[in-house]
Design a protein around this ligand. Structure first.
Ligand SMILES: [Zn+2]
Length: 156
């Protein structure tokens, strides 16, 4: 599943700095280490950055021509029965601009997935991000499938 909703927060190469600034700006009563962001339609989202998940995703980058790291967030939102059979609404990649793809993994999935399942979904989302960076993001098309399979992705 892809979402292209425009968000106020754009993840960029200056992501670390921006997150730091965001933390400084956010009201202090937000539960740490979670972040709350609001998209343009006013929907509030609770996201958190998990260093372990980020490392897990970063370790897969050599499969993607060593593309720059893609920020990965855990989102506390309901898993929905939409999206591809592999994603099932458990994760998605935002491609607001080709420089700034960002991956969101639903907390409920992240907490119960084994490493194989997690690795597969991260490969899937990194494939979206890889295409996003090339301005080729177009869902689960032939280009997607070819790359996903070449990095050892399975299913769907
Ligand atoms: Zn997908």
């Amino acid at each position: 599943m892809m979402r292209r909703t425009a968000f106020k927060i754009l993840i960029s190469k200056l992501q670390a700095l921006r997150l730091l600034l965001l933390l400084l700006i956010l009201p202090l009563n937000l539960p740490a280490p979670g972040l709350a962001v609001q998209n343009l339609s006013g929907e509030r989202r609770a996201i958190a950055h998990d260093p372990n998940l980020q490392s897990f995703a970063d370790a897969l980058l050599p499969l993607f021509e060593k593309m720059p790291p893609v920020p990965v967030f855990v989102e506390d939102a309901p898993v929905v029965e939409t999206g591809s059979s592999i994603e099932r609404g458990v994760a998605f990649t935002e491609c607001e601009s080709s420089e700034n793809p960002a991956i969101f993994v639903k907390k409920a999935f992240y907490e119960k997935a084994n490493r194989k399942q997690l690795g597969n979904i991260i490969k899937h989302e990194l494939t979206h991000a890889w295409l996003c960076r090339q301005n080729l993001m177009a869902g689960h098309d032939e280009l997607f499938r070819r790359k996903f399979e070449s990095v050892g992705g399975f299913g769907n």
